[in-house]
Write a protein that binds this ligand. Structure first.
Ligand SMILES: [Zn+2]
Length: 867
């Protein structure tokens, strides 16, 4: 699964979603499913479906009862070996228990069920996506989303990752629609009522959360990658927008076939574009039938830009990596979810970097994913990468930046410690040994250790079994008689007091002088570590930023780095900026050091450096909203970025570097958010032109121009946006307008947007998008509205998001009253076990408050000093 991660990038922390407090429970092991034969018949109009299945099971211990999962299903018949069996449902545990007439003996048996189920409005189980077709007529696509754990809303199943089985799926689809699933269609039978019965080929052995079914008025286009047919499936009329994803998938499949040493095992790999949205995820790796929401898969030349291409490639790379890491070899239980997600996140970057060198993905990972992980990990709200998952709530919370980005960083660190070739050899061993099976993390470390000929688990355990970010502090670096002696100590990097408790890691650390060779060591805690190296010069620690650690230099080394900044590798420039900003936020060093570094960034430097500067200044601005520092900080940011904007220009130049195109979006967006006059004027001009030409805004700046217009909207501007929203038939365009309606800085317009949530202009997912968007601008208003209208809000949220969503709305507030309001809300509405999101929201607020207090004096001095 690819979660929605844009908000993870700021140090401001994301309040993640979580799911209802239902015990997952681990099913009894005495009965295992071998093959499911499932047939479903959806009624898209009434949003219900009927289903029937026969499951061939292996009984290993004599038993009178069989327990499996079911949720929101009405069982209409059940039998065991053809004899009726008594059914009892436990809604809280989402379990179904069959009581048999007599004890079942070990061996194969057949269980059969019939049931009725619901088609949901939001992404859980079988769900509906409503949209307008190109001719403007309403259309409804049906698709499934089963991770995690919602396959049980589709059919009674052993819905846990270790119960791998084969699936034979059949589905009834309307006569004018096409159905699609994990495997190719084997037959289509016309039925008397004009509908069609689709049968799909049997899947390989796999976990229930990877099963998929979809149907709708779609088109399919294919290419071949070796023997594998890769397809893209879209709503009618836009299939060509899948060309870029198809071409990317073709290269990626070849890349992964080689990397993993196991060929992709299914005959086809479809990528399905759904014209909707989710609060929770952007794409899902169903084996052979990857589902994406449209913006993650389709490239629309009229509206998409280089960053969309980059994003599509990343998401496709992530989901295809899962076809091996996750689908072929699957975690035994959800506490090892990071094995799936950390690895796929790491692989998406590696593959994108190797296949698209023009994007500098490796450096981008240092600037973005690394910072994303270290934000939450440096607070009291963190947790180990591997942690117990016992409830559906904890499972929902497990899809967070620790699982994804920290997991990615740890895998990257192990790879750079072992070397890329040795690491790949270990992965190939692991794939070969465990294909079609389930594993725990230590089985991966064991194969890597065998490939490397040395232990891996000791370092790996330090970074996966405890939370937190190590901080290596350079006490001194003394050059004497042609060699340098460096003294290092280790501690825990923390953004709040609670996260600064003593803690230690074995940290692989590379080091070397600028322009010189690289050596490495393992830094142990808690004693001082000494390293000696020949020569003298400007010493850089954590060269290439391969290790998961913050670095604090002594005064003179830092000064030397500022002086030699231009000579550093891009990864080290970005990593040093990130460390210096974070160390200022945590109070470990003066904000001056950060300002010294950004002063050294060249006007013609990498777009990624300016992306980082822009992002950090924006994060700082969010700490000082509605204070005396807000206006001067915005003005200073504009003055600093204006020359870069002038260099980049508003119009994309033919043949410009892709990162420059991305930087233009960043700059227009930041300057627009700061109300910079030029950008605001451009935005008004372009949006005015939309009245006569819907494609008036060049794709390269479309999104930030619209955002700028929305941010600074007057009441009549907002009416223009509302009109554009209502008239938009393209589902992606419509969704993006819905988001814009919540972005106005004007409070009365925020209130007006909130009123829309009570009406019927928008679908449930769109209402969730709108409310999140309003919270980004007016967290207090959004939170108060949700509390006052809780039933209304819960009604349009995904079940998996309900417990974390409302408290998350308040997480961006700087109002001293907000923590009290969140606590009161939680005590009244959320069970004790479902308050992970509460902890995160409260931590985020506290961390921002502390950071603002620490930065205020240094920032005021910098602003007073002027450019
Ligand atoms: Zn994933």
């Amino acid at each position: 699964m690819k979660i929605s991660v844009s908000a993870l990038l700021s140090v401001g922390l994301l309040a993640t979603t979580s799911s209802p407090a239902l015990a997952v429970g681990q099913l009894p092991a005495g009965v295992r499913p071998l093959v499911y034969d499932i047939t479903v018949n959806p009624d898209a109009t009434s949003k219900t479906f009927t289903g029937s299945e026969t499951v061939t099971v292996q009984v290993t211990k004599p038993t009178r009862t069989v327990t499996l999962n079911a949720a929101d299903l009405t069982i209409t018949s059940a039998s065991f070996d053809g004899k009726p069996a008594r059914v009892s449902l436990n809604a809280a545990k989402q379990e179904l228990t069959l009581t048999l007439a007599a004890r079942a003996k070990p061996g194969k048996h057949v269980i059969a069920f019939q049931w009725r189920g619901k088609i949901n409005d939001t992404a859980a189980g079988l769900f509906a996506i409503d949209y307008a077709n190109l001719d403007g007529k309403p259309a409804r696509m049906l698709v499934t989303q089963f991770e995690a754990p919602d396959a049980r809303r589709f059919a009674p199943m052993w819905d846990e990752p270790s119960f791998k089985a084969r699936f034979r799926l059949s589905a009834v689809a309307p006569g004018d629609q096409t159905a699609f699933s994990n495997m190719p269609t084997t037959s289509i039978t016309k039925r008397a009522d004009g509908s069609q019965l689709y049968r799909f080929a049997e899947t390989p052995l796999m976990s229930s959360y990877l099963l998929f079914l979809g149907m709708g008025d779609v088109e399919r286009k294919t290419v071949l990658a070796g023997k594998t047919e890769i397809g893209v499936i879209t709503r009618r009329g836009v299939v060509d927008q899948g060309d870029y994803a198809l071409a990317s998938a073709q290269k990626l499949l070849a890349y992964y076939n080689d990397y993993f040493g196991q060929p992709y095992p299914l005959p086809k790999l479809d990528m399905i574009a759904g014209p909707g949205s989710s609060q929770f995820f952007g794409a899902m790796e169903n084996w052979g039938a990857i589902f994406y929401f449209e913006p993650e898969l389709l490239f629309d030349p009229k509206r998409s830009t280089e960053s969309s291409r980059n994003r599509i490639h990343t998401v496709v790379a992530h989901e295809i990596a899962h076809q091996w890491f996750g689908n072929l070899v699957t975690m035994a239980w959800w506490d090892d979810l990071w094995l799936n997600e950390g690895f796929a996140s790491w692989m998406e970057s590696k593959a994108s970097n190797d296949l698209n060198p023009q994007w500098f993905v490796k450096a981008e990972t240092v600037a973005k994913a690394r910072e994303g992980a270290m934000g939450i990990d440096a607070t009291a709200a963190t947790h180990p990468v591997i942690r117990p998952v016992a409830t559906v709530d904890q499972l929902g919370e497990a899809f967070d930046s620790i699982t994804y980005q920290k997991g990615q960083a740890v895998i990257g660190m192990i790879e750079s410690t072992l070397g890329a070739d040795v690491f790949r050899e270990g992965i190939r061993r692991y794939m070969a040994k465990y294909k079609y099976g389930n594993t725990q993390t230590d089985q991966l470390w064991a194969e890597l250790a065998l490939a490397a000929g040395k232990p891996v688990a000791d370092i790996a355990h330090d970074f996966t079994l405890q939370g937190g970010v190590p901080l290596i502090e350079m006490n001194s670096a003394i050059c004497s008689k042609g060699s340098t002696q460096v003294s290092l100590v280790q501690g825990r990097f923390g953004l709040d007091q609670a996260s600064k408790a003593p803690q230690h890691w074995r940290v692989p650390l590379s080091y070397g002088f600028v322009g010189g060779p690289v050596a490495s060591t393992i830094v142990q805690g808690p004693v001082a570590n000494t390293i000696n190296l020949p020569g003298c010069g400007t010493l850089i620690l954590n060269r290439d930023k391969g290790s998961y650690v913050r670095i604090k230099y002594d005064e003179s080394t830092h000064a030397a780095i500022v002086k030699d900044y231009a000579k550093l590798d891009l990864t080290d420039r970005l990593g040093t900026m990130g460390d210096d900003f974070a160390l200022a936020l945590s109070g470990d060093q003066s904000l001056d050091r950060y300002f010294d570094i950004i002063k050294a960034v060249d006007l013609n430097g990498s777009p990624l450096e300016w992306w980082s500067v822009s992002g950090n200044l924006g994060a700082m601005t969010s700490l000082f909203l509605h204070t005396d520092l807000e206006a001067p900080l915005r003005a200073r940011t504009n003055a600093l970025l204006a020359p870069i904007m002038a260099r980049v220009g508003f119009q994309a130049q033919p043949g410009e570097a892709p990162l420059v195109t991305n930087l233009r979006e960043t700059l227009v967006s930041r300057l627009g958010a700061n109300g910079q006059a030029d950008v605001v004027a451009q935005a008004r001009m372009y949006v005015g032109a939309l009245a006569t030409d819907p494609n008036a805004i060049p794709p390269a700046i479309r999104q930030p121009i619209l955002s700028t217009f929305a941010n600074s909207a007057t009441p009549s501007d907002w009416d223009v946006l509302f009109k554009l929203t209502r008239e938009a038939t393209n589902p992606v365009v419509r969704n993006s307008y819905v988001r814009l309606l919540g972005q106005a800085r004007d409070e009365t317009l925020g209130a007006k947007a909130l009123e829309l949530l009570k009406g019927s202009d928008f679908s449930s997912p769109q209402k969730a998008v709108l409310l999140s968007s309003i919270a980004g601008r007016h967290p207090d208003m959004a939170f108060d509205f949700a509390v006052a209208n809780l039933d209304l809000v819960n009604g349009f949220l995904e079940a998996s998001s309900r417990t974390g969503f409302v408290v998350g709305l308040g997480a961006g507030s700087n109002d001293p009253a907000m923590p009290g309001k969140i606590t009161t809300f939680a005590e009244k509405n959320l069970p004790e076990a479902s308050r992970g999101g509460v902890k995160r929201a409260l931590t985020a607020i506290a961390v921002r408050k502390r950071a603002a207090d620490r930065l205020r004096a240094g920032l005021a001095t910098w602003l007073a000093a002027g450019a």
